[in-house]
Write a new protein. Structure first.
Length: 93
């Protein structure tokens, strides 16, 4: 089992957040942050490679009431298991 050791990591102060822009949505759940240049080319290639991992499956739990149709995949576990450094950076953000 993969554990995200929060208690161990919070023993030391977290670094200051990188420069970012907050985009407030009409609804709170539609608010997001943009962090320019957070992922470099190697990080992007790693995400693309992990997306092809056999454990990645399409998510079929989307609500039928959504006004838009899209295809979504769950990639958290392959990134945690095989891209641990990238996963830590994402979680530290």
């Amino acid at each position: 089992r993969l554990k995200f050791r929060v208690h161990d990591r919070l023993r030391h102060a977290l670094p200051a957040p990188p420069p970012h822009t907050l985009h407030e949505g009409v609804r709170r759940r539609r608010t997001f942050i943009h962090v320019p240049r957070f992922l470099n080319d190697c990080d992007t290639q790693q995400v693309h490679a992990l997306w092809r991992h056999p454990s990645v499956k399409e998510i079929h739990d989307r609500k039928s009431t959504l006004l838009y149709r899209h295809v979504a995949y769950r990639v958290e576990l392959p990134i945690r298991a095989h891209g641990h450094v990238l996963y830590q950076r994402l979680m530290d953000l």
